[in-house]
Ligand binder design. Sequence first.
Ligand code: FES
Length: 130
Amino acid sequence: MMATDDGPDIWTVTITIPKDVDRDDAGRTFEIEVSADETILAAARREGVWLPADCQQGWCTTCAGRVVDGEVTHPHARRYHDEDREAGFALLCTARPRSDVTVVTDQYDELLAFRAKHDRPPGNAKFNDD
Ligand code: FES
């Protein structure tokens, strides 16, 4: 954490892009500073790291990631469940750091399957679209 006199705390967020994604940044790791009142997605984009996202309201799960270390909070997510948090999933469009954090991005398929298993949307609805 970076100490600030007046503003919010600033945390170091390490972003790991899986090797198997179909983007130029596959397999790369980025370390960015994110203030406590900023979302990880917004901070990443500010730093030129373009992560997948759609609604940016914590609803669609396009931006799903997994927290492998540290703590995030989702005060403004429209659809984020206790079991998502317990399983380590985060919605990076609304996730704000509460410690130094390491996240793995591109967990949409994994969260979709997890939600379906727990009978939570949009899991089953997406699977039934096919
Ligand atoms: S972009 Fe839709 S939940 Fe994050």
